[in-house]
Design a protein around this ligand. Sequence first.
Ligand code: AMP
Length: 403
Amino acid sequence: MTATRVLVLNSGSSSVKYQLLDMVTGRRPAAGIVERIGEPASRHLHTGADGERRERVRRMADHEAALESVAGELAADGMGLDSPELLAIGHRVVHGGEAFSAPVAVDEEVEAEIERLIPLAPLHNPGNLAGIRTARALNPALPQVAVFDTAFHRTMPEHAARYALDVATADEHRIRRYGFHGTSHAYVCRKTAELLGRELSELNIIVLHLGNGASASAVAGGRCVDTSMGLTPLEGLVMGTRPGDLDPGVIIHLARVAGMSVDGIDHLLNHRSGLTGLCGDNDMREICRRTDEGDEAARLAFDVYVHRLKKYIGAYYAVLGRVDAVVFTAGVGENAAPVRAAAISGLEELGPAVRAELNFARTEGPRLISPEYARVAVAVVPTDEELEIATQTYELVTREAGG
Ligand code: AMP
């Protein structure tokens, strides 16, 4: 039997999400999530091939227990980690630092490097690593591939990746702009080229990944030349609970004048800022609903969000020189027509424009929302990070096997 399936694992700090993808048929015979790892009532929700959903609630002390539960559910459906149809596991790894600009087959050296990168992503890389180690222990013969959120942005030129900080200090602590959401930006660019019926190598694209976390990137001929997230996923656009760009003096002020601790500031910036900080809601659906009802705080949150988006679109126009497409993706980008309309409104002189009937139409899949006369295409392209991770894993493993 030929191995055509890839298991994608996204092993976070307290959860493991997974999807099994068949790279020949395009089917996804299994998927699920284990949540609240380490708590007394961890929850495992599994959906099998026939769409049957199973839920189990019991204590899973660590990632090892969680992955054993995942392997058990897959085996119960005849799709266990030793199944001859399973080609490889593709792991999402958040931080690949400067070392990784492409997916890699995991070996001890790769594991050690992911571990060395933990100080740069203390919330993410430990869970990612635990997932890799446990999966390797469960089936040492199965190829494991690490796909990094940062890799797509490694093509950024030095002048975009550098902060204007003292070089010795920055280098000692590996402080530079790495960028995140790379698998999404890469996938969306490829899909945009397909949608436009053009070669990716000919296109300059601005990608707006607007989810709970949000980032923009400027992509020239398929290569990222700038992105809005930096050393951490805090920089750039306004997000659900993160402020994006901020005068670094604010942090000094919070410490020196407001007397906040480093942990207190960390919590404020990661959980109590952004849309939540401005209006108490991080869900754009709710914000649009409240805005329609005349809620002032929600209106301000919406306006701050859109203003920052526009600034990045303008900045990336300047970086790219010529733009062929502006593309919206992720939860807000794919669903919030009012955000898309407001972000593009007033930019018509630059080239992009939005046609209201197309923008507000309830259509799924990649689509253009710009009128035919627009010099720059505006598109909505649903992202699919699992498919991108599976594709990169499949390509690497079949290439290495000489397939
Ligand atoms: P993601 O991180 O890509 O899953 O995006 C999650 C976010 O998408 C949520 O926090 C919502 O703000 C937003 N979202 C999802 N569906 C909608 C919708 N129908 N309209 C507006 N925003 C939405």
